[in-house]
Design a protein. Structure first.
Length: 305
């Protein structure tokens, strides 16, 4: 593989080099974990780097499919450390995979998808120890006939622990909310704190952030927010975890949110926040961290069985 001087994979040059070798020898055997810088210095990939090498090779050769052989029979619907023997995801789109990966699902190296997605080459995750298992197919979209056959409309469930939520309110906030929210986000940017969610109501809004990002500056942050925003209330709550339910077919099914509320409510799991993406392929709920594993198990049992 070929890297730039900033140690980023140069997809174009890598594909060109592989294509030129193939034209001469009609076969390629390549190491998966390292490449070369422009000055011929060897550069080692981070963990999972062979995923990228395989994807670039598939793109360079315009392969019909990129088979990625590993030690699991595809991508699992949920973390097997939480749910015993979870089902395998048979088909997943690139957008769904990104949502699952962002929220913690360990699937492929994050740089793997680009070269094969550009050329619409399907990726098949297969198990070396169980070669007859079909594994998981990843691609841009699937035929409508396959979608009809695929009755399970939830693709996967994943999540992350340890978030904090800052609740801010002001009497008769109304139209002033836009300016106030802009000021608050500028403060978070100044403190270099990433924002995960912004739930809001008429006279209040909340900022959800990773707890680790504010651990050493939360007192200074809260003081700055109170001083510079002049809100009536500004309170910090910790111990929040986020669970992401992903499914490309959720947009076409009614009652999904209601089923989530019902399943968690009947099992005495309190929902702290809820958010749905604009592309309608994910719903994210916030729960107390002590309820995280329980909530994931409940949702899996409710949607996957």
């Amino acid at each position: 593989m070929v890297f730039d001087y900033d140690c980023q994979v140069n997809y174009e040059e890598s594909e060109k080099a592989l294509s030129e070798i193939y034209e001469v020898y009609h076969k390629i055997v390549t190491p998966g974990f390292y490449g070369v810088l422009p000055n011929d210095e060897i550069r080692v990939f981070s963990r999972g780097g062979s995923d990228i090498t395989g994807a670039i090779a598939a793109a360079a050769l315009n392969a019909e499919v990129y088979e990625n052989w590993t030690d699991v029979s595809g991508i699992l619907m949920v973390d097997p450390r939480i749910v015993k023997d979870p089902k395998t995801i048979l088909r997943v789109t690139y957008d769904e995979l990104r949502e699952l990966s962002y929220m913690g699902a360990a699937v492929l190296h994050e740089d793997t998808i680009h070269p094969v997605r550009v050329k619409d080459i399907p990726v098949n995750i297969r198990n070396t120890n169980a070669p007859d298992d079909p594994g998981t197919i990843i691609r841009e979209s699937f035929d409508e006939e396959l979608e009809v056959e695929h009755e399970r409309f939830i693709t996967g469930i994943t999540g992350k622990k340890d978030f904090s939520i800052i609740n801010m309110s002001k009497d008769s906030m109304g139209e002033a909310k836009i300016g106030l929210l802009r000021k608050v986000l500028e403060i978070f940017d100044r403190f270099n704190i990433p924002v995960e969610q912004i739930p809001s109501s008429v006279d209040s809004f909340s900022i959800v952030v990773p707890s680790a990002s504010i651990e050493k500056k939360k007192y200074e942050l809260m003081s700055t927010l109170r001083e510079e925003t002049n809100v009536d209330e500004c309170e910090l709550s910790e111990g929040l975890s986020l669970i992401c339910i992903v499914g490309r077919q959720m947009a076409y099914r009614t009652g999904i949110s209601g089923k989530i509320f019902k399943a968690l409510g009947e099992n005495k799991v309190n929902i702290r926040t809820i958010e749905q993406g604009s592309d309608e392929i994910n719903i994210m709920v916030g729960v107390f961290t002590e309820d995280f594993e329980k909530a994931v198990s409940i949702l899996y049992e409710s949607f996957a069985k």
